[in-house]
Design a binder for this molecule. Structure first.
Ligand code: FES
Length: 166
């Protein structure tokens, strides 16, 4: 059973769509359920000069939980420093939604991995040193994703957001 909070995020997702000229993109998929997520980031700086997530949007083709976790993830990550954002794990996402059915836990993992992939992409593009744990996360996201199937599905991600409910 979904919580009211999860259903609200599914029915009225926050920050859905694309960012034009993003500073980074994270793209992940799950070959078992076939769901895909794409996270767009715009990076800015806070008053202390630290890099923060100035803007974040998502495109997700997937289940109720995939949409809800993507949406709440964007709320959790917006305004955070990159270090803080990297600490958002799937349990943080589940807590923010109140809970998730056990069979939907992997959806929250996918959302956390999508954000990690976007930050990995930002570090790579800007020749930053990539922490070991992030390298390992990236490698496991690659293994979990059949990347050749993603582009076609992501093309439909916005228009078919609510196309599949399970
Ligand atoms: S992400 Fe796989 S069923 Fe939701």
């Amino acid at each position: 059973m979904y919580t009211n909070k999860a259903l609200q995020h599914f029915k009225k997702p926050k920050n859905m769509g694309r960012i034009e000229n993003p500073d980074a993109i994270g793209e992940v998929g799950n070959v078992i359920c076939g769901d895909v997520m794409k996270i767009y980031l715009k990076i800015g700086k806070n008053k202390s000069g630290q890099e923060i997530i100035k803007d974040i949007k998502f495109e997700t083709y997937g289940c109720v939980a995939a949409i809800a976790t993507s949406s709440v993830l964007t709320e959790l990550a917006k305004g955070k420093t990159l270090d803080q954002a990297l600490k958002i794990d799937n349990q943080t996402i589940i807590n923010a939604l109140g809970n998730l059915p056990a069979i939907k836990i992997h959806c929250s993992v996918l959302a956390a991995n999508a954000l990690a992939e976007a930050i990995y992409n930002y570090f790579t593009k800007n020749n930053r040193e990539i922490p070991e744990f992030l390298k390992q996360k990236h490698a496991s996201s690659l293994r979990a994703t059949q990347r050749e199937h993603l582009p076609a599905r992501l093309a439909n991600a916005s228009s078919k957001r609510a196309g599949r409910q399970k």
